[in-house]
Every structure is written in structure tokens, then in C-alpha cells.
Design a protein around this ligand. Structure first.
Ligand SMILES: [Zn+2]
Length: 141
């Protein structure tokens, strides 16, 4: 069992939008990690009211591009030997590779399963992405 208060070497993803913790857990495939992972939901936050936190007992294995795409408000804290060594805010990734798939049925990626799904950021202001192949705009639920 992971002791959520004392991570010696690991990553803490803080300031996750409340309710997004589980989705991040799934998209980062944290269930496949061999290390301890704790999701703490609806923690009181001075800044945003409520937040989720994920603590991972491992430094590696976290895809920060995915994280930046799902919730770029989150901060990633890296802990080594019980000390906070790095704290960073996430940017929206310029490119999404094999994270989301194109919904256009005529898109080459819908026809050829072997082609990588690539979306590029077309507007950072309103978080818009377009398919690299057919320009279809990514719609998020
Ligand atoms: Zn497409």
C-alpha cells in the first residue's frame, strides 16, 4: 500500500481539475505501472475550490503530453530522495500522436489502421486541434 504522504521517489500530479483524476489515470495507463499509484479526489484547494491529486511511486512512465492535453492546469512535481526537485506547469502539446483518433470516416487514418493518429494544435487560445491528414477538427466530449 502506498503511503500517500511520504513519497521518496516519485511524481505528484497536483491541481488536477476535480473529476478528471480517473480519466487521467486511464489515459496515462497508470494501471499498467508496476508502482504504487494513489488518486485523491475532491481535495480542497485555495486556488480552484476543489482538485484531484495523483501520486505515483515512480519517476518514469508518465506521458506528460497526454497530461497537458487533458488538463493543462495540472502541475507535475518530481520528488527525489524525499525532496521536491522539480515543479512544472504543463503546456498544451503541439502535437498529439496516437492519443485521440480522427472521427472523419473518409480520413486516411480511418481506412488504414497502421497510420499514426496525428493532430496538431491550431489554436492554443481555445485548445483546438486538427487532424494532420484531413484537417478535421478534433471535438472533445
Ligand atoms: Zn483525419
Amino acid at each position: 500500500m502506498l503511503n500517500i504522504d511520504s513519497i521518496t521517489n516519485g511524481i505528484v500530479i497536483d491541481h488536477i481539475t476535480a473529476g478528471k483524476g480517473m480519466r487521467i489515470y486511464e489515459l496515462l495507463e497508470l494501471d499498467k505501472l508496476d508502482s504504487g499509484v494513489a488518486i485523491i479526489k475532491n481535495v480542497k484547494s485555495n486556488k480552484y475550490g476543489k482538485k484531484d491529486i495523483i501520486k505515483i511511486d515512480s519517476i518514469t512512465g508518465v506521458n506528460l503530453d497526454v497530461l497537458g492535453f487533458i488538463d493543462n492546469r495540472a502541475t507535475v512535481c518530481t520528488i527525489q530522495n524525499g525532496q521536491l526537485v522539480e515543479k512544472k506547469k504543463l503546456d498544451l502539446p503541439d502535437k498529439l500522436v496516437n492519443i485521440v483518433s480522427c472521427k472523419n470516416p473518409r480520413c486516411i487514418t480511418s481506412i488504414e489502421a497502421s497510420i499514426e493518429q496525428v493532430f496538431y494544435l491550431c489554436s492554443a487560445e481555445d485548445h483546438r486541434y486538427r487532424c494532420q491528414y484531413c484537417e478535421e477538427e478534433l471535438t472533445q466530449e
